[in-house]
Design a binder for this molecule. Sequence first.
Ligand SMILES: NC(=O)C1=CN([C@@H]2O[C@H](COP(=O)(O)OP(=O)(O)OC[C@H]3O[C@@H](n4cnc5c(N)ncnc54)[C@H](O)[C@@H]3O)[C@@H](O)[C@H]2O)C=CC1
Ligand SMILES: O=C(O)CCC(=O)C(=O)O
Length: 444
Amino acid sequence: MSYVDDVIELVVKQNPSEPEFHQAVKEVLESLRVVIEENEEEFKKNALLERLVNPERQLKFRVPWVDDNGQVQVNTGYRVQFNSAIGPYKGGLRFHPSVNVGIIKFLGFEQIFKNSLTGLPIGGGKGGSDFDPKGKSDREIMAFCQSFMTELCKYIGADTDVPAGDIGVGGREIGFLYGQYKRIKGLSEGVLTGKALSYGGSLTRTEATGYGLLYFTDEMLKNNDIDIKDKTIVVSGAGNVAIYAIEKAQQLGGKPVTCSDSTGWIYDPEGIDVELLKEVKEVKRARLTEYARERPSAEYHEGKGVWSIKCDIALPCATQNELDLEDAKILVENGVLAVAEGANMPTTIEATEYFQANDVLFGPGKASNAGGVATSALEMAQNSQRLSWTFEEVDSKLQNIMQNIFHNIDDAAKAYGLDKNYVAGANIAGFEKVVDAMNAQGIV
Ligand SMILES: NC(=O)C1=CN([C@@H]2O[C@H](COP(=O)(O)OP(=O)(O)OC[C@H]3O[C@@H](n4cnc5c(N)ncnc54)[C@H](O)[C@@H]3O)[C@@H](O)[C@H]2O)C=CC1
Ligand SMILES: O=C(O)CCC(=O)C(=O)O
């Protein structure tokens, strides 16, 4: 067995019941074979891969809080500080009932390579809780966030670990978390990103992941002689990433016609009304049925189904493993030209391979959704400078970063004779920088 196979087997053995973490590791290590095999003995002697797949530190803690009925509730909090070779741990917090250590580890592992691809000095980490924000009052959300931060604040800081949002964590939650950090530590510092503008946030951070996804997609399409104008685009999700992906897709002349949440999905053949979607999701925090009620051209369907709509471009922006082999077959049959991931690992390995085998351009999340964390790093830079940059300044840096990511992964793929395999290109380019930094710092 090769070194890569040994390490994949070790990960499965040492981390039982963590299928998403196994999946993320397999996907990365499989495409690194070509790099590892060039210098296998050296990598093995330095236990490079064993160090890469083992988090530097893994925190799990109790989060007690009091609900509106006076009942004490107990949730579990996590922070996985995966790899700091390039810079302070950086990555979001997810509040969702499905959260467990394996999910946080898959997200933290992906984050190492994504953050490396941004070209900015940030290491990889991720955290969260099995707390479900759905249906909770603002006071309950605040009570939970304060308790969560009371423990987490011992392990984070502007130069050590800088969390941000992810599923279930937006501006409201970041505000409560920041307030509690400042209260306990007495520090006004850039310890979190995704802050509001009034206390150190960056313009464009709200839009960054969705906009970045479209900057990347547009660059990938242009390099393959495809114009995004008038293309029909199918989007899943209706949260932060999906909303701003839809907005930028429209600005670039594309036509997004779907969105979805955890209970149902919208098909709007006239094109999604993004202002209405913002009103429903960001202001009212309501279901998509509300969108359909207000918009005569929209159809609402229960369950999952956006991938059944004929399209040129598919952008999965909801959650992991939401697009499987059956969905991929339907999309290919309907003539899809390109798929780019807004969410983290939304496409199963089998579906990804099916797209690649059928010449569908495929942008992997660690490259295509890196605009969010890249703009978080720009927020950190502004906080360190005690300055705020304009929307145009941040947006143009974001655009540059996403175009560079595309070209770096394209070059890395070509260097190994894997032209147009952007999955391999992203893993290789992300890995090479992390390995350089790890090697330079000795055995740590
Ligand atoms: N917010 C950010 O800056 C970044 C987010 N991501 C990823 O993008 C994805 C979406 O995150 P956000 O938009 O920030 O979260 P969000 O909480 O704003 O929205 C998530 C959306 O996905 C839907 N969703 C969640 N679970 C679902 C399920 N099981 N089935 C169907 N729909 C489901 C929700 O209803 C919601 O509309 C996640 O995979 C996240 O890790 C990736 C990079 C950065
Ligand atoms: O902005 C950040 O630090 C977090 C972004 C994130 O969680 C992600 O890229 O998946």
